[in-house]
Design a protein around this ligand. Structure first.
Ligand code: ZN
Ligand code: ZN
Ligand code: FE
Length: 756
């Protein structure tokens, strides 16, 4: 070790602002006897570190090992400089060093220290907007950079002298905590009930608890939008909630009072627990247990519960008053609209369908839903990416500056390229809904401003009717159209920084192919710039086009018609009888044979639909992907069998469908059929990729597309492929569904231009 005194210039890149990084460095410097300065810059944090003995290693190691929980260090660079000796250690004024921007922190769940302050600090006793540099709102309140209070929706609140003291004291946990607030100077809650309003928190908590205990509904303003809350153990309340939301049988998310309550109702393993209690506080999909049950209306027949823990100070206060183990907390919107954020609109729309509306006077600038994850093969994976994750970027090895990828349509997220970072938007939703469309274009504009990006190149889907494609065309900028399934694979390549060619298994419900047909059961060899479609599920007619996605019985009839022709009208199958009763059988058969409004599809999603309907598990889908989800939920655990299928140019599953019809006719339980069906699809994946590996020598496989949200299929195919020596990749930080597609579009567009 060098005993000479030395000064080092250290540059730390990553998510290091708005997460208590500089005070952390300050405290660490004190501990290690390091003198010098630390400053924020638009490209990260810079430290001048002087040590008497030249030992900088232990200081650097401690930075990496002890960094604040919400921070994320990408790179630490250090070099010796010839600079002067420092007295003490100081946090100095921010400087701009380049045009690069620093990262914006996602919203962070309230920390333990702040919860303790709520019990001890006189100006923060039960104060529900307590926060510090380690916790509190971030992305949801940020309007512009650099991240300073006047660029957030906190700018309307003037700090009181005591908050200001904390804000300016480098030794304080609230040093430069932009949303710092206390009961004397910060935001407050207002409850609107029966035309009257109250601002007394004690009364509010009692009143909200009383409504919830009586099976009522309350609209509650959360971190990134309004939510609807009710007692998760009260079926009457659930019925009211479904009426209020005017929708469908989708399962609702549940907030449990604490981890003990979670364990009473659901199974949870170590990885799941880790995600559930992380500062990101996502919804984690967990399996029900037999100990205690929520009201049936929560999960509507699915054996899983979307569980989360309190993340706002108010949630903790509420559970202190309210003797319930769990609340349904679902986004406050009507049917497919985006989650409401505007106070007036919430009052207008949610007021009439609830017993009270609970609001607060800090504006939500960026709307963020709750994020949703699930753990498969011990790896946590994203289903919906919003609060707690957005806008953390993906680091790339090449520049993607100025590329805007507009995403898909039904489950939209877009992606913006800034320097060497891909920044994915929060979950946007179904663009066909007008309010969602407005949210989409507004958020693109906000991202452009916030991250200082002026798009020069736009990537979008191949489908000309997608509103995201139309958005791309209307920019009048150069456009790169990316095939849907290629984008699914490229997204995973970008996330895992893969170069060269990979084997891609892209399974989903729908995506336009380059032959004009609807794809979705695809095996490809691809890199970023091109794909080769090796094989796919054999085409089948999709009678009624898009209608087939919500009416699985149509796909069952299509497969039956291919197998048995007009004879299906005499078959004693429930799905045939249903079609007959509704006078749909003959018209659908005609549609198929005359090719009227009957595109061809190789969609895996539609095959799941067909089996769900054939087995009688789900004939009509009340919401997107209900049939495949119900089919998965029904699968019997012990069953190991599988069905026959053949392979020529394409993959023929008619032998399987014939066997399934036989099983159904014999009265074999739908759960057994479902399990055998899942094993067959995993078998197809393994056998086809083995064949592809033999022909190409490539042993990296990517599993992508919405179908891989199916736990059984993902678990099984990933394991089987690994057993065969494949390196298997699957999206982890981004949704495997269309919510992740924009990242792939961006990567493909970037590959088309020179890499720098
Ligand atoms: Zn805190
Ligand atoms: Zn204050
Ligand atoms: Fe897709």
């Amino acid at each position: 070790m060098n005993p000479e005194p030395a000064t080092y210039l250290i540059h730390i890149e990553g998510l290091v602002q708005g997460v208590g990084f500089r005070p952390f460095i300050y405290r660490l410097a004190m501990k290690h006897g390091v003198r010098g300065t630390v400053e924020n810059s638009n490209d990260g944090v810079w430290i001048h570190a002087y040590t008497d003995n030249g030992d900088i290693e232990s200081f650097l190691k401690a930075i990496e090992e002890e960094a604040p929980p919400a921070s994320r260090i990408w790179r630490i660079g250090g070099k010796k400089t010839r600079e002067k000796v420092y007295n003490g250690f100081h946090i100095v004024e921010s400087h701009d060093r380049s045009t690069a921007i620093t990262q914006v922190s996602p919203d962070i769940a309230v920390c333990e220290d702040c919860l303790a302050d709520m019990k001890e600090q006189p100006n923060r006793l039960d104060y529900p907007f307590v926060n510090c540099t380690n916790c509190g709102p971030r992305f949801s309140i940020i309007k512009d950079l650099p991240y300073d209070r006047d660029k957030t929706t906190m700018h309307v609140f003037t700090m009181c002298p005591s908050c200001r003291r904390e804000y300016e004291d480098v030794n304080d946990r609230r040093f430069h905590a932009q949303p710092v607030a206390c009961a004397n100077c910060g935001p407050h809650y207002t409850l609107w009930k029966g035309g009257k309003k109250t601002e007394d928190l004690g009364i509010i908590l009692k009143s909200v608890s009383k409504i919830l205990l009586q099976g009522g509904l309350v609209a509650v303003k959360g971190l990134g939008g309004y939510f609807l809350a009710c007692d998760a153990t009260c079926e009457g309340a659930l019925r009211r909630l479904r009426e209020a939301k005017l929708r469908e049988g989708k399962p609702f998310a549940v907030m449990f009072r604490d981890l003990n309550a979670v364990r009473e109702f659901v199974e949870i393993d170590a990885e799941e627990e880790k995600e559930l209690i992380s500062w990101k506080r996502p919804i984690v999909l967990l399996r029900e247990n037999r100990k205690q049950q929520l009201a049936p209306g929560v999960s509507v027949g699915f054996p899983t519960v979307g569980a989360m823990l309190p993340y706002m100070p108010f949630h903790y206060l509420l559970f202190e008053t309210l003797p319930l183990p769990a609340l349904v907390l679902t986004s406050g919107n009507l049917s497919d609209e985006p989650i409401l954020t505007d106070d007036k609109e919430a009052l207008q729309k949610l007021g009439p369908v609830t017993d009270a509306v609970l609001s607060y006077n800090r504006e939500i600038y960026n709307r963020v839903d709750d994020s949703v994850m699930f753990v498969v093969n011990h790896i946590p994976r994203m289903i919906r990416r919003s609060r707690g994750f957005v806008p953390a970027p993906v680091p790339l090895a090449y520049s993607v500056e100025g590329i805007l990828a507009t995403g898909a349509e039904l489950v939209n997220c877009f992606c913006m390229g800034k320097d060497h970072q891909a920044i994915m938007s929060q979950h946007i939703g179904d663009l066909k809904n007008y309010e969602t469309w407005k949210f989409y274009s507004e958020t693109i504009d906000r991202f452009k401003r916030l991250f200082r990006v002026e798009p020069v190149l736009v990537a979008c889907d191949l489908h000309p009717d997608y509103l995201s494609t139309q958005y791309a065309m209307e920019t009048k900028l150069p456009v790169v159209q990316v095939q849907h399934h290629h984008a699914h694979i490229a997204a995973v390549m970008a996330e895992h920084a893969l170069e060269g060619e990979v084997l891609g298994v892209s399974f989903d419900g729908t995506g336009l192919g380059d032959d004009g047909n609807i794809w979705g059961g695809e095996f490809m060899v691809c890199d970023y710039s091109a794909y080769k479609r090796i094989t796919h599920l054999s085409y089948v007619p999709m009678p009624g086009g898009d209608k087939a996605a919500l009416q699985p019985w149509r796909m069952a009839l299509a497969y039956l018609f291919l197998l048995y022709g007009v004879k299906i009208k005499d078959m004693k199958l429930r799905v045939v009888e249903k079609a007959k009763k509704e006078n749909k059988l003959l018209p659908v058969m005609q549609m198929i044979s005359q090719k009227i409004n009957t595109p061809l599809t190789s969609s895996m999603g539609r095959l799941f639909d067909a089996v769900a309907a054939l087995t009688g598990i789900c004939m009509e889908s009340g919401f997107h992907a209900e049939a495949p989800m119900r089919l998965e939920a029904a699968a019997s655990e012990g069953e190991k069998g599988k069905y026959p299928w053949t392979y020529g140019e394409t993959i023929d599953v008619l032998p399987m469908m014939r066997a399934i019809v036989k099983d159904v006719t014999k009265g074999i339980a739908p759960g057994i059929i479902s399990a055998k069906f899942h094993h067959t699809i995993a078998d197809i994946i393994v056998k086809i990729t083995l064949k592809m590996r033999k022909e190409t020598g490539i042993d990296r496989v990517i599993l992508s597309g919405g179908t891989f949200q199916n736990r059984i299929l993902l678990e099984e195919s990933e394991k089987l492929l690994q057993d065969q020596g494949f390196c298997v990749y699957h999206p982890v930080e981004f949704p495997v569904n269309d919510g992740g597609i924009a990242l792939g579009q961006l990567a493909v567009a970037a590959a088309g231009r020179e890499r720098v």
